[in-house]
Design a protein around this ligand. Structure first.
Ligand code: SAH
Length: 341
């Protein structure tokens, strides 16, 4: 049976029309789910009994199981168990401008980035839309606060699960859903070109972030196998087209790996690569994990890199570090459990 949290407003409208009911019922159900946050169909007191019975036949309304919560300054990390026993993580970060959540989109990941913990465990399956929606709902309930920003930077590659991710965004973005503004949602991708093109055509206001991590194809292919299929020489022109078409500013994520991609020559090469693109670079201090040999660059090195980019007139920020004590690198908590430690 389908989980009700995976239905878009539009799908519910169609569902009610097919039942011979008014499509306005979809709005009522959305209000019960996302404003009043009921936990059973019976509580939907303005929906007539016969309709509730049909809903109960067609849908379940089951939450996820929270298996573990780790807490550090301004960060909570949640481990969820899905109905088939699989596990994924979400991370809640408290900023002065509000709460943001990092959600997972797949169980494991097939992209195989050499520095990333998530990819050590191969993809077992895609997450369904309801499993992403419930990450938000469960965290808000635990926190007793609203989430204002969503980043798709947890376990998985969002563009390897395109349809479910778009459904998820439709649900949380809907004014009668969680009403999270599209501009407050960010999809992060390792650069799957056909999906970037598809996403470009949708003309959504959702932010796009590209995991770049290297300024040239030789180094990027070493760090990220996906670069062999979709090299920078093809990716960058598509991203230029994306900015032209959507008039949206792109984010480039750049993990700082000690002695690998953090020298001045890399910064200069990066500036050259991105010259003329409406974008900014987010420098990410690498979150070290016990299984992977890379180390994070020193603070000084990161600041030097930052200064070089600034001098080259590239917009750049350094990401605040969250939760190294709570195994915040994506996939760390899950692999810790899966490997039975
Ligand atoms: N697959 C998507 C989204 C998930 S990864 C993508 O590649 O963008 C989210 C971001 O975290 C990516 O930029 C990824 O490269 C980065 N990341 C992975 N492991 C990390 C680590 N140990 N420390 C810091 N960032 C990491």
């Amino acid at each position: 049976m389908k989980n009700i949290y995976g239905e878009t407003h539009q799908q519910l409208e169609q569902y009610f029309l097919d039942l011979g009911e008014k499509k306005f019922k979809a709005t009522q159900v959305f209000e019960w789910l996302y404003e009043k946050r009921v936990s059973s169909f019976e509580e939907m007191s303005n929906v007539k009994k016969s309709v509730i019975q049909v809903l109960q036949q067609d849908y379940v309304m089951e939450p996820l199981k929270i298996m573990d919560i780790l807490t550090d300054v301004d960060v909570h990390k949640y481990l969820f168990q899905l109905s088939d026993g699989e596990k994924v993580e979400a991370v809640l970060m408290k900023h002065d401008y509000g709460n943001s959540i990092c959600v997972s989109t797949q169980v494991g990941c097939n992209m195989g980035c050499t520095f990333c913990e998530s990819g050590r465990l191969k993809k077992r399956r895609n997450l369904e839309a309801y499993e992403m929606v419930l990450q938000l709902l469960m965290v808000e309930e635990h926190l007793g606060e609203r989430i204002s920003r969503v980043v798709l930077m947890g376990i998985g590659e969002p563009f390897d699960n395109y349809e479910n991710v778009m459904k998820f965004i439709d649900i949380i973005n809907h004014p009668k859903g969680m009403a999270i503004g599209a501009r407050h949602i960010t999809i992060s991708t390792c650069g799957i070109i056909p999906k970037i093109k598809e996403f470009m055509k949708e003309k959504r206001q959702v932010n796009l972030a590209i995991s770049l991590h290297a300024p040239n194809d030789t180094l990027r292919s070493r760090l990220m196998p996906i670069n062999k299929s979709y090299p920078l020489t093809e990716l960058i022109p598509v991203l230029k087209e994306y900015v032209d078409e959507t008039h949206r500013r792109l984010t480039f994520e750049y993990i700082m790996l000690k002695g690998i991609n953090d020298q001045k020559v890399h910064a200069i090469e990066l500036a050259k690569l991105l010259r003329g693109i409406n974008c900014y670079v987010n420098l990410i201090p690498y979150n070290e994990t016990s299984h992977i040999e890379y180390e994070k660059s020193s603070k000084e090195r990161i600041l030097q890199f930052y200064d070089t980019l600034k001098k080259e007139k590239i917009n750049v920020t350094i990401r605040r570090e969250f939760g190294s004590k709570v195994m915040a690198a994506c996939g760390q908590l899950r692999s810790h459990y899966e490997e039975g430690k």
